[in-house]
Structure formats: structure tokens, C-alpha cells
Design a protein around this ligand. Structure first.
Ligand SMILES: Cc1ncc(COP(=O)(O)O)c(C=O)c1O
Length: 495
């Protein structure tokens, strides 16, 4: 195969490679069914990065010119063949592009288990519907629709509903409405930032453990995960220094306050240290902050965004945890070059965020309803946390944990010899669920940990959940029957 690469050309090298191979395929110089050289070999012979060749092959794949099989490499597609029979049902399993199918299957499997209607779920990362401010929401929704319903239902700017951007900017020092970008949940923020910043093979540095949804997003973009232990301070700064200098990641993703899943909050000095290290290595920090307003005791700590003097922090937050997840309203602030890129990525994804949801949230804040709601949920969640802690100490004294000062989660250590996965299996037979720790831990730890949500249920249900959990622990300690999960009822997102 003849490929000439012109390093002086303005045309990117992967485009040149794809173009050369395309021409040879279309002219028949590489026959249908013929193999392309392995990416590593071609990269070596051309003196380019392997990822450049991978990108060229992906272009050809997306044009339908080549097909790839794990273990067999990339070959020119035979015309009109393949496993598709004209008129037959599409062979879905052969069409999906799933790079980490095994893991995905495992996650799907346990999502089916944790949220069955017949059990007490201490698994979800969702707020408590019994605390939703329904009357205030209905009033605001009615008024907003009466006032500007027709325009809201028509369209909305890609970057978000203007009044909400202004309102959010007021609470971020130094920010203007132009720095605020509205999202379909903070999930979309992680997804879009991954799309614009992370190429296959890039490193992303994360705390371990960390939010499972973010891990899945980074992995599905082909990123390599570099992990830094959370420890008692929220992140181990010595390890961070070493990980950043060894891997030079594209982003450092952190949850500084009431972390999911550990509930740990970084202190002020740790935050300053983190920013200093990230800026020394010129690594942007993605600060994911869904929980900091849910503090039940102790002093507030400034966000990384507030401490950042150099424009290093991409700050991400959401109304999913402090109000309701159903509006799908999240937001971020970022320097203008990032906002520019996000505008295009968002446009290509879903045009704009749910405009009625944004307007309701905006008006909800304007009328002082959010402050009122926050005061109410902080009070309720503090009581629920205390009730769960009491219940766990009473019914499951074998668990060791630190009481979190806010957020939703207790991160508990199991007695020696019991794994979270094994306990979950037993717990499902007792009709209680939680999430076993290893799914949050990219460094392979967490087998002896579980995440328990204390916010979702009123105290009497927490009491019963803890009682069932204690009984599952005792059954395992006695070396009793290892339970088999029953059939699933429905699947919900893991958050
Ligand atoms: C740390 C973290 N980030 C992001 C999300 C996603 O939130 P949203 O509903 O805004 O997409 C969650 C939800 O659990 C979370 O815990």
C-alpha cells in the first residue's frame, strides 16, 4: 500500500492517510476483503502516532469502506455482503458499536437488580420525591406558561435561557451570563466536554472511587483512566502530582464536595494544593459539584472555581440533586474558547436544553422558592442521615463508616472476608439494595465497600432497610446460603 504523508501540508495527517487508502480501495488497488495493515505497523512505517492511523481507519469505517473485527484487524468491506439478509430483521448485535461490552453488560445487569419495586433501594443517587415542592412548582409552571409559554415552547438559544444564565452567573464570582452554559443535566456537561477534549487513548485523571456515570463516559470515549485515591482529604495530593506528571491527562475530573460515592469533602488547603498542582501541569480541572449546597453541618468551603485565579476550572453543577432531576437542567461555567466549542457540540446533540424546565427553575429561584426548598431539604436530609446512621449502628454494627457532613451517601467498609458484591446478592434475598463499591473504583479497590443512600427514604424505611442489611450481613457471617437475585422488574439510571 502506497501512502505519502506531507508533514508541511495544512491537511491533517489522518485525513491524508484516509484519503490515500480510500483512493486505492475505490480504484480496486486494495481488493474487497483485503486486509489493511495493523494500525501499529502502519504508524511505525509512516513515522506517525498510532492514534493518527486509528483516526484514519475510523473515518474509512464511518464511510462504510472498511470493517473491523477484534483480533482480525481491519479489512476492506466486501460489496453487498455481511451478515445482513435483505428484508430480514437487522442483526442488531452485529451493528452495535460497543467498545466495553462486558462491562456495560455487567452494569446493565446490576441496574436491573437494584431498583426493583419490591425492595428497599438504598442504591439510587436520586433525591426524595416525598420532599418535592409540588405546590410551588405548579404555581411557577402555570405562571411561566401563561407569561411566555408560546415562545418557550417554540425554541431556546443553544447556550440556554437568558434569565437563568444571568441568575446563575450572579452566584459565581467574576462570571457573566456569557460564561454560563445550560445543559440537559450535568451528565450532558461531562459528555460534551469529553467529546470536545478527549480523544481515544488520552488519559483522564479521576479520584478513585468516583462517580460511575463519569467513568463510563470517559471509557466510552476510549480514554485511559488514571486514578488518584480519595483518602481522608478528598484526594491524595502526592499521588496527584505523580499521576499528572506521568500521564499528562486531558482533564482532571473531581467531585470536591460530599463526593459520590464516599461523601468526603476536600478541605480548603487540599483544594488550593490541587489547583496549584493542576496549574503547574497545565491540566484543566473539571469540578463536578451537584451536592455542595446540601451541607447539614460544618463550614462551607469555597469551590475550586471560586479559588481559581488562572481560568483552570470548568465548573459543573445541576438542579437534579437540590430540586428535581426530571427537568434535566444542569449548567457549567467555562472560559470562552470552551463555551464556543460546546455550543457546536450541544447543537449537534440536542439543539437546546428543555426550555420550560429552565424557565421554571429560573422563576423558582427568582421567587425565593429555591432557598426555601433548600432549607427544608437540608433539614429533612440531616434527619434522614442521622436516622440512617443510628439504624446502621443498631442493626449492622459490623459496618465501619465516617458520618458525612452533607450530600446523599454513607460509604461503608465491610467486615473482613465479605465483599460488597457477595453482600448485595444476599441483601437482595432480604429485599434491600445498595451499590457495591468496586464499580466506583477504577483502581480495582472497593471490594470491601458499599454505598448507601440515606436521603431517599423517611426514617422508618431507613430503619427497615438497615435491619434487612444487618440480617444479610449476619447470614453471610454464619456462612449461610448465598442468595440468588430474583428476576428484574424495571431498570432505572444509576446516579
Ligand atoms: C457526581 C455526579 N455528577 C453528575 C450526576 C448527574 O446528574 P444530572 O442529573 O444533572 O445529569 C450525578 C448524579 O448522580 C452525580 O452524582
Amino acid at each position: 500500500m502506497r501512502i505519502a504523508v506531507d508533514r508541511e501540508s495544512a491537511i491533517p495527517i489522518h485525513v491524508q492517510i484516509a484519503r490515500a487508502i480510500r483512493e486505492q480501495i475505490l480504484k480496486g488497488a486494495i481488493p474487497r476483503g483485503g486486509r489493511l495493515p495493523p494500525t501499529r505497523r502502519l504508524a511505525e512505517s509512516l513515522g506517525v502516532n498510532r492514534s493518527t492511523v486509528v483516526q484514519a481507519y475510523q473515518t474509512l469505517w464511518s464511510e462504510g469502506l472498511v470493517e473491523g473485527h477484534v483480533g482480525r484487524g481491519t479489512a476492506v468491506r466486501p460489496a453487498g455482503t455481511g451478515s445482513r439478509t435483505p428484508g430480514a430483521c437487522p442483526p442488531w448485535e452485529t451493528l452495535f458499536v460497543l467498545e466495553r461490552e462486558e462491562e456495560d453488560r455487567e452494569v446493565r445487569e446490576f441496574v436491573r437488580l437494584i431498583d426493583r419495586e419490591d425492595l428497599i433501594s438504598l442504591a439510587a443517587g436520586l433525591p426524595a420525591p416525598d420532599l418535592y415542592p409540588m405546590r410551588d412548582l405548579r404555581e411557577v409552571l402555570d405562571d411561566v406558561l401563561a407569561r411566555e409559554g408560546k415562545s418557550l415552547l417554540h425554541w431556546c438559544p443553544v447556550e440556554g435561557y437568558g434569565p437563568l444564565r444571568e441568575r446563575l452567573a450572579e452566584n459565581v464570582p467574576g462570571a457573566t451570563a456569557g460564561d454560563v452554559f445550560l445543559l440537559s443535566g450535568s451528565t450532558q456537561g461531562i459528555s460534551l466536554l469529553t467529546r470536545v477534549l478527549v480523544a481515544p487513548g488520552d488519559f483522564v485523571a479521576v479520584q478513585s472511587p468516583t462517580y460511575l456515570g463519569a467513568l463510563q463516559m470517559f471509557r466510552s470515549a476510549g480514554a485511559r483512566i488514571a486514578s488518584v485515591p480519595v483518602g481522608e482529604e478528598g484526594i491524595d495530593l502526592d499521588m496527584l502530582e505523580s499521576v499528572l506528571s506521568r500521564t499528562r491527562p486531558k482533564i482532571l475530573y473531581v467531585i470536591p464536595s460530599f463526593q459520590n460515592p464516599t461523601g468526603v469533602t476536600m478541605g480548603l488547603e487540599t483544594r488550593k494544593g490541587l489547583l496549584e498542582i493542576a496549574s503547574r501541569h497545565a491540566v484543566p480541572v473539571l469540578e463536578d459539584d451537584p451536592y455542595s449546597l446540601l451541607r447539614y453541618e460544618g463550614e462551607d468551603v469555597p469551590t475550586l472555581r471560586e479559588l481559581d485565579t488562572r481560568g483552570h476550572v470548568l465548573y459543573l453543577s445541576t438542579f437534579s440533586k437540590i430540586l428535581v432531576p426530571g427537568f434535566r437542567v444542569g449548567w457549567l461555567t467555562a472560559p470562552s474558547p470552551v463555551i464556543e466549542r460546546l455550543r457546536t457540540a450541544k447543537h449537534l446533540t440536542d439543539l437546546f436544553t428543555n426550555s420550560v424546565g429552565q424557565a421554571v427553575v429560573s422563576e423558582f429561584i427568582e421567587r425565593g422558592f429555591l432557598d426555601k426548598h433548600l432549607a427544608a431539604v437540608r433539614d429533612a436530609y440531616r434527619k434522614r442521615r442521622d436516622a440512617m446512621v443510628r439504624a446502621l449502628r443498631r442493626h449492622a454494627p459490623q459496618l465501619a463508616f465516617t458520618v458525612p457532613e452533607g450530600g446523599y451517601f454513607v460509604w461503608a467498609t465491610l467486615p473482613p472476608g465479605i465483599s460488597g458484591r457477595e453482600l448485595l446478592r444476599e441483601a437482595l434475598t432480604k429485599r434491600v439494595s445498595f451499590i457495591h463499591g468496586e464499580v466506583f473504583c477504577p483502581d480495582g479497590t472497593g471490594r470491601d465497600r458499599i454505598r448507601i443512600n440515606f436521603a431517599s427514604h423517611p426514617p422508618e424505611i431507613a430503619e427497615e432497610g438497615a435491619r434487612r442489611l444487618g440480617s444479610a450481613l449476619r447470614a453471610l457471617r454464619r456462612g449461610g446460603r448465598r442468595g440468588r437475585p430474583e428476576q428484574e422488574v424495571s431498570a432505572r439510571p444509576i446516579v
